[in-house]
Design a protein around this ligand. Sequence first.
Ligand code: HEC
Ligand code: HEC
Ligand code: HEC
Ligand code: HEC
Length: 291
Amino acid sequence: MLLKVGGVNQASGRPEGIHWHSNSSDQVYYWARDEDREDIPWVDVVHADGTHTIYKDESIQTAPPKEELRLMDCMDCHNRPAHIFRSPNDLVDAALSKEKLDRTIPYVKRNAVEILSMTFKSKEEARAAIVAEVGRRYAKGLPEDRRGKLVEDIYAIYDVNNFPLQGVHWRTYPSHLGHKTSPGCYRCHDGRHREEAGKAISHQCANCHDFIYQAHGDAAYGPVTYETRPFEHPGEDTSDYETQLCSDCHNEKVGWYPGHVDGKRDPNARPKEPEPEAAPEPEAAPEPAPE
Ligand code: HEC
Ligand code: HEC
Ligand code: HEC
Ligand code: HEC
């Protein structure tokens, strides 16, 4: 994926791309309904000649108080300058690709993401729960030493992403530099913020990035070729990713690989029945990966 980060075009002197917002000729003001500035119904762009373009969504009719408008700056997107927390889904993907999680364990991604999406009051409670969950899910499927290794690997991911003593974990401050697990750019670029004539703040995927290459299955391990194409959402039900918010399904409340399209499942709700495929028979388990 190629991001159109932008800046000032040296030839024309015109600011463009993603860093257009912090240019000096047009100023983007907005009004947020909440303290975390995640709910933004009103955007007021003041152009160099002093004219305004106001974009608003259906939820607001009258202008908000002027003194509550905020001039957009770097921190409205770069809200997580230092420690970047990532969703369990992304961390588990990274661990699998770096072989920090044994990818030969059946359903390891799904189980690890589900466990890491639970919340715990302390690191001790987390460790005990991970031991219990791995035991329950792999009672039959894995020998004890591999279960022990899996517990350590999952705990290592938990440990960098949750600080229960400080009350901070990966859900606390969603990053605004994207739009997958929280609204981020879609706080304004969701196609629902319109100016008077009905034109919405740009929502086209290609305004912000190009998808150079996408591959599924074995092809994903092949060399990358330069081939610009539209995004192909994985899975069979690709119904509505263009008009729905990505975070309606991939949200921080769910945080895992969304096997459920309603995205509403309580992350702490444990499945009532043990999932049949989560505890395969020993002979179904493939050989352990070489170190
Ligand atoms: C509209 C949202 C937004 C605003 C406002 C914004 N940025 Fe960015 N910035 C981004 C995005 C998106 C990226 C690309 C992030 C990535 O690669 O993951 C980025 C990347 C960067 C980079 C890395 C440069 C590169 O070419 O990869 C720097 C440095 C940066 N921003 C600084 C700033 C500063 C300083 C400000 C304020 C003057 C600012 N940004 C305002 C969204 C924004
Ligand atoms: C507070 C509202 C707001 C947020 C949040 C926001 N934008 Fe924008 N953005 C605007 C407005 C308003 C425009 C100008 C209208 C348009 O181009 O549709 C704009 C324009 C743009 C443009 C086109 C600039 C050009 O070259 O003309 C890009 C690219 C862009 N935004 C990327 C992003 C990205 C990426 C993020 C998230 C990291 C983001 N925006 C977050 C309000 C916002
Ligand atoms: C307003 C700008 C903007 C628009 C419009 C936009 N994106 Fe993005 N997108 C971003 C930014 C910024 C990121 C974060 C890049 C990063 O993490 O470095 C991102 C990330 C992504 C990712 C990577 C998610 C991951 O797994 O981490 C995908 C896939 C994606 N966008 C698809 C789309 C599709 C499809 C559309 C159109 C329906 C779209 N985007 C519209 C700015 C935009
Ligand atoms: C209607 C619900 C829904 C919406 C909306 C949706 N997704 Fe998904 N997404 C899913 C489901 C379900 C999967 C798992 C599909 C599978 O593998 O069978 C998935 C998988 C993915 C994956 C691969 C696995 C991962 O999470 O790394 C990416 C990347 C992705 N979606 C990006 C996006 C982006 C970007 C958007 C918004 C432009 C979006 N999705 C909107 C439901 C949704």
